[in-house]
Design a protein around this ligand. Structure first.
Ligand code: S3P
Length: 426
């Protein structure tokens, strides 16, 4: 993909693809329910298609018509043993959440993925699921393939999350639907709460008391109709593009603004961004709104501590904001970025350096001294969708023509990313 410096501004109104995290959970809850679930405005990106395919392999009928999915739920115990290993592709959400469901089945399964996923840490779910009595093993105890075997001894646990991870929390919550007794999860740092919201929407009572999530072993839940909002993590690329490129003025409609995901709004405002959220409403337990963003000059800021979990996927694009803001931007407490689809700290530091950014790598983040303009370059996405999109936005502010290698990875979460950019730029 070749991207040139842009001087015209992004103008117009657009939607962004539906939320990836919520789409995964809608399929899982729909499959676990009794009866039909209709998911309107589902994301049909590669990651979500992997979740759909895994459930199809286990005998769940999922029909896709336009942007709606019709899931014929089979109930918690209605799945069939898949004939082959379940391939989660690039999607850690699929692998980790599905593991929570699979430890409760009376058949064995194997979970595999692409090169990136086969090297991502899994002891974080193996450990709590084993503590619950699950029979789950990984290569060297920590990597995929995951081998999951039946057990009839699943029990609720009290578990303090050692790392802030919504995927780990969700795997435990899903396994608790198959466990005897009560499960209590204690989280000391905020992570996205879509699983809690969705389980409650489907009727599975979850109690939230301060930083404790309490779930009693599952009752049956029934199919529902739900609407998936736009993904704030995808919207973030357009928000940043419109903020950075002169003369921009855009509106993004129907974006999820769940308070466990909205750190990007806080950071943009603190850096001097002109962004307004309006028309706020609640749709199937998830807050959504419309956004208006205009170009504005930026100043650096410090991003650390509790906010990290609320913007973890936005840090690559926030690094681009920092690279072009006046003064210093510091990102700390974000070591988790090293365990994403690629090591996102290393990738952003290396690639932004190629573009003339003043950026230094920290073990848990980066320090960036803003410059006025970047230089075009041959840039590597490392096959990571969020790195490809962050570098593409950086290229709009770089003198010359940039080449983004591996740009097709945007299909993981934002299949029409380049078409939307073209539309807003023309
Ligand atoms: C996700 C949780 C986050 C996020 C990922 C999606 C989810 O990871 O980075 O893209 O859908 O639960 P953690 O499990 O590390 O919080």
């Amino acid at each position: 993909m070749i991207i040139e410096k842009c001087s015209n501004g992004l103008i117009g109104e657009t939607n962004v693809p539906s939320d990836k995290s919520i789409s995964h959970r809608a399929i899982i809850c729909g499959a676990l329910s009794q009866g039909e679930t209709i998911v309107k405005n589902i994301l049909l990106s590669k990651d979500v298609l992997n979740t759909i395919n895994c459930f199809r392999q286990m005998g769940v009928s999922i029909k896709v018509d336009g942007s709606n999915a019709y899931i014929q739920g089979v109930g918690k115990y209605g799945f069939k043993k898949p004939k082959v290993a379940l391939d989660c592709g690039n999607s850690a959400t699929t692998m980790r959440l599905l593991s929570g469901v699979l430890v409760g089945q009376d058949f064995s399964t194997t979970l595999i993925g692409d090169n990136s996923l086969m090297n991502r840490p899994m002891e974080r779910i193996i450990s709590p699921l084993s503590e619950m009595g699950g029979n789950i093993e990984g290569k060297e105890g920590k990597y995929p393939p995951l081998e999951i075997k039946p057990t009839n001894k699943l029990k609720g646990i009290e578990y303090k999350l050692p790392i802030a991870s919504a995927q780990v929390k969700s795997a435990i919550l899903l396994a608790s639907l198959y466990s005897s007794g009560k499960t209590i999860i204690i989280e000391n740092k905020i992570t996205r709460d879509h699983t809690e919201r969705m389980l409650n929407y489907f009727g599975e009572g979850i109690l939230i008391k301060g930083n404790e999530i309490i779930i009693n072993n599952g009752q049956k839940f029934v199919g529902k109709e739900l609407y998936i909002p736009g993904d704030i993590s995808s919207a973030a690329f357009l928000m940043v593009a419109a903020t950075l490129v002169e003369n921009s003025h855009i509106i993004i409609k129907n974006v999820g603004i769940n308070p466990t995901r909205d750190g990007i709004l806080e950071v943009l405002k603190e850096m001097g961004g002109e962004i307004k959220v309006f028309n706020k409403r609640l749709v199937n337990n998830e807050p959504i709104g419309d956004m208006e963003i205009k170009h504005s000059p930026l100043k650096g800021c410090v991003i650390e501590g509790d906010i990290i979990g609320r913007l973890i996927d936005e840090l690559p694009i926030i690094a681009v904001l920092g690279a072009l803001a006046e003064g210093k931007t510091i990102i700390k407490d974000a070591e988790e970025l090293r365990y994403k689809e690629t090591d996102r700290i290393k990738a952003m530091v290396l690639e932004l350096k190629k573009m003339g950014a003043e950026i230094e790598e920290l073990s848990d983040g980066m320090i960036i001294n803003g410059v006025k303009e970047l230089e075009a370059g041959e840039l590597n996405s490392y096959g990571d969708h969020r790195i490809a999109m962050a570098l593409s936005i950086a290229a709009l502010k770089a003198d010359g023509k940039s080449i983004i290698k591996g740009h097709e990875s945007v299909n993981i979460s934002y299949p029409n990313f380049y078409e939307t950019l073209d539309y807003l730029l023309s």
